[in-house]
Design a binder for this molecule. Structure first.
Ligand code: AMP
Length: 282
């Protein structure tokens, strides 16, 4: 695996591959890699000749400075996992390389409604930061394909909008969520949980499955209330949201309709760690 810390040599290598007719698959990450990230790498390896991963803990997308400071870093293990997975290239830029003009940005992405709900509501400015870094990385790399995880479903919708709004000719692949055997969605943030909390945390998946199982025969308000009790009773200290939404627009649904592509989403805190998950219902 070739590791690049600077943009210029990375661009030269990409140009070389492209002039040989090779397609580039891109997997952006913030490191502390786990099998979820590696499933994106595998998907890229399947679809493209060259797979490029990036590791960049993007300060622009953290609305909570403490969350940024506590974000796990495990670069040596990350490199080991990427090499083991046969990743071709890794881009490991500094903050200055990505934001030479500093962190504050004059550009405002027109995300509209998508930015006012769920993650957008609870993490103001988060998706602006996500768009900024992904737009910058796409501009540098110009990949054929981009691989994102369904785990961050709203992020996928935001990036889909970014690709459309800026007519970026990169194909988006949304890769299913990789889970622990307990059902807990794999996440770099799980590293901050005690063994006990990690066990309890699988209740989010149970609650989403409960919603899925009963969605056709129980009012959504009742389902959300039950899911909330399940998560609270398991020991979560705070729940930001449990919502049942249109899987395309993320507008909340009031009632079940078998013709609607529907998704249940949740965000909750345990041991001060904020976990998110989602499940497609039909
Ligand atoms: P992150 O490093 O958390 O920014 O995640 C980088 C990419 O990996 C994003 O596209 C995530 O959605 C994806 N990802 C994170 N966790 C998982 C998971 N458990 N399964 C599949 N993809 C994931």
């Amino acid at each position: 695996m070739i590791i690049f810390k600077e943009i210029t040599p990375l661009k030269e290598a990409i140009l070389q591959f492209k002039s040989n007719g090779e397609s580039i698959g891109f997997v952006p990450t913030m490191g502390a890699l786990h099998s979820g990230h590696i499933s994106l790498i595998k998907e890229s390896l399947k679809n493209d000749n060259i797979t490029l991963a990036s590791i960049f803990v993007n300060p622009a997308q953290f609305n909570d400075q403490k969350d940024f400071e506590k974000y796990p870093v495990a670069i040596e293990n990350d490199i080991f996992l990427l090499e083991q997975a046969k990743t071709d290239m890794l881009f490991l830029p500094s903050v200055n390389e990505i934001y030479p003009e500093g962190l504050s940005s004059p550009v405002k992405y027109g995300l509209g409604y998508l930015e006012t709900i769920l993650e957008g509501f609870y993490r103001p400015g988060h998706f602006q930061g996500v768009c900024r870094v992904v737009h910058r990385l796409l501009d540098i790399i110009k990949p054929d394909d981009l691989f994102l995880g369904q785990k961050d479903y709203q992020q996928c919708m935001v990036i889909r909008k970014l690709l459309t709004d800026f007519s970026i000719p990169t194909q988006l692949y949304i890769v299913p969520t990789e889970r622990e055997t307990s059902g807990l969605a794999m996440s770099s943030r799980n590293l901050r949980l005690s063994v006990e909390a990690k066990q309890k945390a699988s209740v989010i998946y149970d609650a989403l499955n409960f919603i899925k199982k009963h969605s056709a025969d129980t009012p959504f308000t009742v389902l959300k209330g039950h899911a909330l009790s399940m998560i609270t009773d398991a020991g979560f200290e705070k729940i930001d949201y449990i919502e049942i939404c249109d899987a395309t627009t993320l507008m909340p649904f009031e009632d079940y309709n078998k013709n609607n592509k529907t998704i249940a989403l949740a965000a909750a805190f345990i041991e001060g760690v904020r976990l998110i998950d989602n499940l497609l219902i039909n």
